[in-house]
Design a protein around this ligand. Structure first.
Ligand code: TYD
Length: 146
């Protein structure tokens, strides 16, 4: 797998100042894609889970602009949990990764940057279908390498 396509926490620039701190993101510099869409999730009632899907093509970068939440990822083999609770870092999620976002704190605000415009056809909303598609992708890659 290419380094750019690995799930990872990316630390953002943080300009510390007595007047307040500032962080920023530039596409293809701090995150490994061009930003085609930004959306945010807020006013999440206690105990709710967002996500529960994977994307065929979309790459995403998720930041906890305010408050905290957990992102649980599954790459078809193993599950990994990331807790986001600061606005100066985020989680990079490549395509074809199953995700749940849960444990939202009161008043939390999740900013999501995406590499594609909104397209419902890019969603995989069934976990078994995700696993099947993942197997097909891996087989195809294997055949291409051969
Ligand atoms: P969804 O991506 O399923 O939310 P989450 O992953 O946070 O649980 O989107 C919820 C609804 O909002 C769905 O009906 C599609 C719509 N939507 C848009 O119209 N545009 C967008 O950019 C996004 C992210 C969602």
């Amino acid at each position: 797998m290419y380094k750019n396509d690995e799930i990872r926490i990316i630390n953002l620039p943080k300009i510390e100042d007595d007047r307040g701190n500032l962080s920023f993101i530039e596409e293809e510099i701090h995150i490994p894609f061009k930003i085609k869409r930004s959306y945010w999730v807020y006013d999440v009632p206690g105990g709710e889970t967002r996500g529960s899907h994977a994307f065929k093509n979309s790459k995403e970068f998720i930041i906890a602009l305010s408050g905290s939440f957990d992102i649980v990822l599954h790459d078809g083999t193993e599950e990994k949990k990331f807790s986001l609770n600061r606005s100066y870092y985020g989680l990079y999620i490549p395509k074809m990764i199953w995700r749940n976002i849960e444990n939202f704190s009161t008043n939390s605000l999740a900013l999501i940057l995406s590499s594609v415009p909104y397209n419902e056809a890019d969603y995989i909303r069934d976990f078994n279908q995700f696993l099947t598609l993942l197997k097909k992708c891996k087989n195809q890659l294997y055949i291409t390498v051969l």
